[in-house]
Design a protein around this ligand. Structure first.
Ligand SMILES: N[C@@H](CCC(=O)N[C@@H](CS)C(=O)NCC(=O)O)C(=O)O
Length: 208
């Protein structure tokens, strides 16, 4: 069987989702540490975003497509439910994450710390002030959703893997960390996923 290769920097929240899925299914997966817009990545996706995937002759970009492939191509436990309503709920979270949650929490808020663009390299307070209300609204919405155990009822699904890497970053920064702490359901939910082997084995290096 060909090797499953995910090309990405280890810090990528999107790449971590599909790496977690492979780990949960017991599928060996090699992280090839290629940066966005590097030649090996652009050879698979002209858009240059990571992750991209290679499995034998199969080359795929876009995280959600990679996740669907890993789910369908390999044996092991299933993380995309088949029941239409439950499947659509998983898709709702995956899509919400890709189109809104990631943009607010990572591209705006976390990047204000990681890539602040300020003269002295200090966190970009204007950006933080501009998005923190949206970060709070989104985290509180998720807090309200995980009361039953997981995002979609009481089953651990790919929806949880799609959001977990982004939520894990939210615990690292002061304002978002305080919001997560104040959300009891969300904190319990994160603690539970933190304990999974798939979370350990895909943990990004300390410096984001
Ligand atoms: N729609 C893409 C988004 C992936 C994405 O934004 N990846 C980030 C790293 S976490 C990236 O490659 N950023 C570089 C860029 O946007 O140029 C997907 O779902 O895979």
């Amino acid at each position: 069987m060909s090797e499953l290769i995910i090309m990405s920097v280890p810090q990528s929240n999107f790449a971590r989702s599909v790496r977690m899925l492979a780990a949960e299914k017991g599928v060996p997966c090699t992280l090839q540490p290629d940066a966005p817009h590097s030649d090996p990545v652009k050879a698979i996706s002209p858009f240059g975003k990571v992750p991209v995937m290679k499995h034998g002759d199969v080359e795929i970009f876009e995280t959600s497509a990679i996740a669907r492939y890993i789910e369908a191509a390999f044996d092991g436990p299933k993380f995309f439910p088949e029941d239409p309503a439950t499947a659509a709920k998983v898709e709702e979270w995956v899509s919400l994450h890709a189109t809104q949650l990631d943009k607010t929490m990572i591209r705006q808020y976390a990047f204000a710390y990681i890539f602040p663009g300020t003269d002295d390299g200090s966190p970009n307070q204007d950006v933080i002030k501009g998005c923190i209300d949206a970060v709070k609204m989104q985290l509180e919405y998720i807090d309200g959703a995980v009361g039953d155990g997981y995002l979609v009822g009481d089953e651990f699904t790919y929806a949880d893997m799609a959001l977990y890497p982004t939520l894990a970053y939210m615990r690292n920064f002061p304002e978002s960390g305080a919001i997560v702490k104040a959300c009891a359901n969300l904190t319990a939910y994160m603690d539970k996923i933190d304990a999974r082997e798939s979370a350990h084995s895909t943990k990004p290096p300390k410096k984001a």
